[in-house]
Design a protein around this ligand. Sequence first.
Ligand SMILES: [Zn+2]
Ligand SMILES: [Zn+2]
Ligand SMILES: [Zn+2]
Length: 767
Amino acid sequence: MTTRPIARKLHIKGIVQGVGFRPFIYQLARRHQLAGRVANTSSGVTVHVEGAPLAIETFCREVMIRKPMPARITDITGYDADYEGLPEFTISPSQQKTNRSTLVSPDIATCDDCLKEMFDAHDRRFHYPFINCTNCGPRYTIIDDIPYDRPSTSMKHFTMCEACRTEYEDPANRRFHAQPNACPACGPRVSLHDKAGRRMDENDPVADAVRLLKAGQIVAIKGLGGFHLAADATNSEALQKLRQRKRREEKPFALMSQSLTQIGQYAILTPEEQVLLASPVRPIVLARKREPNPIANEVSPKNRYFGVMLPYTPLHHLIMSAGFTALVMTSGNRSEEPISIDNDDAISRLAGIADAFLMNNREIYLRSDDSIVFHAAGDRRLIRRSRGFIPAPVFLKNKVPQILACGGELKNTICLTKGDHAFLSQHIGDMENARTLDFFHLTVAHMKRILDISPVAIAFDMHPDYMSSQYASAQTDVAQIPVQHHHAHVVSCMAENHLDGEVIGLSFDGTGYGTDGCIWGGEVMIATHGAFDRAAHLSYVPMPGGSAAIKEPWRMAAAYLMDAYGDDFADNGLTVFDDLPENTTNLIAKMISQGVNSPLTSSLGRLFDGVAAITGIRKHVRFEGQAAMALEMATADNDRPLPPSETYPYLLPPDGKGSIPVHPLISGVVRDMLERVSVPEISTRFHWTIIYLFADLCRQLREKNGLHRVVLSGGVFQNAILLKGLTLMLAQQGFSVYTHKIVPSNDGGLSLGQAVAAAAIIKTHSA
Ligand SMILES: [Zn+2]
Ligand SMILES: [Zn+2]
Ligand SMILES: [Zn+2]
């Protein structure tokens, strides 16, 4: 039976550019003997196919089923088109369109095919550190505008040689239209420089850099999203030098090893962690230390975990193949500044830290830190959502207006919305210095351009002193919508779980500005996207010394003890204040009773700090959250829930509404300390008291208002024991429990909640 040929047009949206989509369409059409054309547009990919109706039907079905691995189709519309009688299938040049809604692909780790070629001595790209193809390589970090074509990327400065161009133009080749395609003859090159920036390599810069690393030197290496500082992870002396020079005393360093087997020498990997490590995102994964292990103690002192990752660029693979057990690969920055991405900037900013620089002449347009994940309570959890994830959107349940959300202050990200997509930025960092603020401005402008978004509203944190809030307040041409910090956390978790309506939200973190001007952080809310009722919260205690109390948890210990025992709180036989100058506790008591520089807080993070100090685990910290983390690490090392009979006493407010006193819990900890109960036991009891307390409170609230959905958000949920414990207890009591799996529970996910809350507020006001 012969049928008249027909024509059909497809418009495909999603992550369909820079992921080998057009060659895939081309080959698929050829296989089904169809003529036509495929083109990238600013809003996706359009396909015109002509041929036998049955072949076209199969073709359309297979577009969805057989699409290349990194591609993600969010929308596909097909309609009949005029038959043009085209002789063959071709790939048309890109078209500019006014509607620019193409999704740009995140950067993708080097694929196996490219690796095979790179280590093949007969291949023309043997040992070439910029090998890539349509399935792998840089994307977001080298793109400046859309559509995603070579002239819009930092590869525009390199003209392809004859051989590369032939691959690029051959639809049957796996480098067909691979925008960063390059080879040693025509592409970017690496070079090694001494600390003053002078060229020092002879004929193999990578081999020379490896030699330096083996000799215990610190080498700054330009990677995909910025510079790393690298050092041999088994060399204590090198790492002491690195810590000293970077002024980073205790925060753990990330490690890179060549293979899962190698990581297995020093960390115990679960099957889930192995999958996370090997995923194309190639994040840093927190993995349990194996004891003993060959890694120097300086890498991750007093911590049960290593942050580890596998190589994700060809250069990493080349370096790691030189036989290191592991390299420290920490951000190439000075203390809390953004990582360096530019060669000259790196040489000046990292002067005095790096002994040498392994650089290249391909520009990074937008920095992107390594992403950090861990596996807990049955799922992947993000601590930092950055390289490899950005700019893939979070899909929302409903369409929202175009909004820019500015995030908070620490671990900041921004979020831009368009339709039912929310685009979170890469990790911007702690907004505490001018360089981070510059990076914030740059990211806002860059993302608005490549996503073609013109916000009608700007959402921000209520804290008047945050740089992000001040930026928002200055944007007078759009609607300004402040969102309370802990409400934004809850809405962030609701958004990624596609929840609307009313939920119980547990919003636990260190610091957030409350509507009463106090510092919140142990909050139980009845929340919708647009509004919340603060049902209950940890009772207020003062923070003597304000922000000094964050860096010196012994101050919080004083505040909680005074709350429990009154003015003579120091005369209780505890050793927490022993090493302080005489009279310090009297001064603190006076400060508190006179209300001098002692803002009130309901923060659960601070309660963790206070207990960490009382138990002698940490009285001073070097970075935010360190004491709370140490308290978690101090728990008895098993996964079993503690029975309710072994927790500390606690009191709940009537009907689950109001202030939750903390003094019974503090007295319980003190009693145990005085009876010389072991610290692991105390820490475990403390954790489970918090778990039972809040699970009980949720039950009380449910009795009153019938709500059975509980949302867990806020930085404290990086604590795996609390996350697991509360998820378990609440589920056992018949609650539906929702947690973060797509964005961080910490302030890195805040901007998503702000954007979605703002959308709901706009809707209420315009209704
Ligand atoms: Zn590849
Ligand atoms: Zn070439
Ligand atoms: Zn927060």
